[in-house]
Design a protein around this ligand. Structure first.
Ligand code: IFG
Length: 380
């Protein structure tokens, strides 16, 4: 259409229902080179997602260089799941990610998962392992088998040095310390360790975030629990909320982007069930967790775990269209929720993803541009 164009002016008054609308990228199981992270951030800006949670460390890889503990990146960063290449971000590269995000109104939330999911760190520094011996690198996809030596002074210094370094590189208010699946520890060991870790985060001036198991640690006011259960009821979280905690909702059976769309989806897992687009959309974050009122809900986040992901295209396929659903639930008032309206808007988004070269899953029943609608589909 040749110019000049005239566009009527207008004033739009809009504001989000929840302040926190996030996506998580697991760069530990599959390392994402810097350029791919920046492209992923571009995708988030399309839907006013304003937090990028980077899962920087796990059993299979350590992805952020820490100057005072150089083997974390050199050794811990050398592997990934399977035979995928390792990798890590230098402080300069991490700052590039943060600045690119900040310029797009996105806050980076770094996660150093502890005390579990730590095999990569232990391969680098055996003195952090409970038995003092560095385990071999792990490139499988099991969880829950690793833990730091929780009552050792060296471990405390490790946590202080790592969280201090990451906090210094992160302008956002949040520091995520993980806390999931520390199955080799007793509840007392876990609580003792996470009490200390919460204090170390507080000393950096950041607000602590943890997977909702962190509820077992001392109720630090203002802490944030990321709920990843599937039942909509978790008394420890409701109790923590009564003692001042806030909640980010990431129900495994609604927001986990690594869940298969359908049984025959090549990528992804199914431990939380199958999530087609209608299930990603069909819930209300403000009315989801028993005993957690809407005012205690910071917002929603869609985690993309990457055990089954080997490329950015795989990541995009699992992310779209479901991230658009989570973004709408996080932004719009309940009065604006509505499946048919969302479904029709999705058609236009599909055309934009096509034009932008973004890989996406063509959920059946959505009348995607260029496809005849499948009569009688479940989403019709
Ligand atoms: N649970 C583990 C993740 C990942 C995930 C895959 C959390 C908090 C299953 N922990 O989700 O490391 O393996 O769906």
């Amino acid at each position: 259409l040749p110019g000049p164009w005239t566009v009527p002016a207008g004033v739009i008054v809009d504001h989000p229902r929840f302040p926190y609308r996030g996506a998580m990228l697991d760069v530990a199981r599959r390392f994402f080179p810097l350029a791919e992270v920046l492209r992923f951030i571009d995708h988030l800006t399309r839907y006013k997602i304003n937090h990028l949670h980077l899962h920087l460390t796990d059993d299979q890889g350590w992805r952020i260089a820490i100057a005072s503990w150089p083997r974390l990146a050199e050794v811990g960063g050398a592997t990934a799941v399977g035979d995928r290449p390792g990798g890590y971000y230098t402080p300069t590269e991490y700052r590039t990610i943060v600045e690119y995000a900040v310029a797009r109104h996105i806050t980076v939330v770094p996660e150093i998962d502890m005390p579990g999911h730590t095999n990569a760190a232990l391969t680098a520094y055996g003195q952090l392992a409970p038995d003092g011996v560095a385990p071999p690198p792990y490139t499988g996809t099991d969880v829950g088998f690793s833990a730091l030596a929780v009552d050792r002074e060296l471990t405390c210094r490790f946590v202080e040095d790592v969280l201090g370094a990451v906090a210094a590189l992160t302008p956002g208010p949040y520091l995520h310390i993980g806390g999931d699946e520390a199955f080799t520890l007793t509840p007392e060991e876990y609580a003792r360790f996470m009490d200390r870790a919460q204090d170390i985060v507080a000393a950096t001036g950041k607000t602590v975030v943890g997977w909702h198991q962190l509820a077992a640690a001392r109720p630090v006011p203002g802490r944030v629990l990321q709920y990843w259960g599937t039942t909509g009821a978790e008394e420890t979280v409701a109790a923590a909320v009564r003692q001042g905690a806030k909640v980010i909702l990431s129900p495994g059976n609604r927001t986990y982007l690594d869940m298969k769309y359908a049984a025959d989806t090549r990528l992804g897992k199914d431990w939380a069930g199958l999530i087609e687009i209608d299930r990603a959309y069909g819930w209300d974050p403000g009315d989801y967790l028993v005993g957690v009122p809407p005012e205690a809900v910071l917002g929603v986040e869609a985690p993309l775990w990457t055990e089954t992901v080997t490329s950015l295209a795989d990541a995009e396929y699992l992310t779209f269209p479901r991230l658009a659903a989570i973004a709408e639930l996080g932004w719009s008032p309940v009065s604006a929720y509505g499946w048919t309206g969302f479904r029709d808007r999705l058609v236009a988004e599909g055309a934009r993803w096509e034009a932008a070269g973004i890989t996406f899953h063509r959920s059946p029943g959505i009348p995607w541009v260029g496809e005849p609608p499948r009569v009688g589909s479940p989403l019709g």
